[in-house]
Design a protein around this ligand. Structure first.
Ligand SMILES: Nc1ncnc2c1ncn2[C@@H]1O[C@H](COP(=O)(O)OP(=O)(O)OP(=O)(O)O)[C@@H](O)[C@H]1O
Ligand SMILES: [Mg+2]
Length: 221
């Protein structure tokens, strides 16, 4: 029987500062604590995801999470290779619509696309819809999960409801049930090379929302 290939999870979108690296590193930390062999791919020249891995290594935090920086079109081929060597490949696709984002979309099983509540508008959704349609020409199985990220901790009901109404018009993506709220604990954990799961109390709200998102991304496996 052929060895099963690693799962490729992509975190990306066309806007900067939406929380992509925060989500990618937190998913990686959670996944690694289940004993899986995880690699985090950083396609951003700013290197924040690989910097997080380095900080983690220097602090001796286990489980260790491998990281690779990779730029350019060759990323698609690299992902194929890495999927033979790792159980999970989590790609942090930098801050904008890039060659790397498009290349990774042709290989990923899921695109997790964080959007800030304040940017949750028709233009953002239209752009994402187009991007996903193009990628589906190469990768029909691609699933896209839109996540409200850095959401304010108040107006919980209205922003989720408004977002659900806007997203209802598109069949290229679904709105995640989990919302990642703006909480200082995300920044404090990241600064130490940790995920909130490692930094916070088990019943902390941030831990709970990250765990919920994790389930939506990875399913039960
Ligand atoms: N849920 C959150 N709560 C609090 N702070 C957050 C949250 N998500 C992200 N941040 C902070 O916001 C800033 C941008 O987040 P992050 O680096 O994850 O975004 P990004 O989408 O990866 O940005 P870029 O487009 O530059 O790659 C960082 O300082 C980060 O710590
Ligand atoms: Mg980033």
């Amino acid at each position: 029987m052929a060895a099963s290939k690693g799962r490729i999870i992509l975190v990306g979108g066309e806007k900067g500062g939406t929380g992509k690296t925060t989500i990618a590193t937190n998913l990686a930390a959670l996944r690694a604590t289940t004993g899986r062999d995880v690699v985090l791919i950083d396609t951003d020249p700013q290197g924040s995801a690989s910097g997080w891995c380095l900080t983690r290594d220097e602090a001796g935090i286990t489980p260790r999470i491998a990281s690779v920086q990779k730029f350019g079109k060759g990323l698609a081929r690299e992902l194929e290779d890495l999927s033979l060597r790792y159980q999970d490949i989590i790609v942090d696709a930098g801050g904008r619509d890039s060659v790397e984002l498009r290349a990774a979309m042709t290989k990923a099983e899921v695109l997790v696309s964080p959007v800030q509540a304040s940017q949750f508008d028709l233009w953002t959704l239209k752009a994402l819809d187009e991007l996903v349609r193009q990628a589906q020409g190469f990768n029909p199985e691609l699933r896209t999960l839109l996540v409200i990220s850095r959401g304010p901790t108040h107006h919980q009901v209205t922003d989720a409801k408004d977002a659900a109404e806007l997203v209802g018009d598109y069949d290229t993506f679904t709105l995640a049930k989990s919302v990642i709220r703006d909480r200082t604990i995300y920044r404090r954990a990241a600064g130490l090379g940790q995920g909130v799961i490692e930094f916070a109390e088990p019943n902390d709200k941030a831990t709970q929302e990250v765990q919920q998102l994790y389930k939506e991304v990875f399913g039960d496996e």
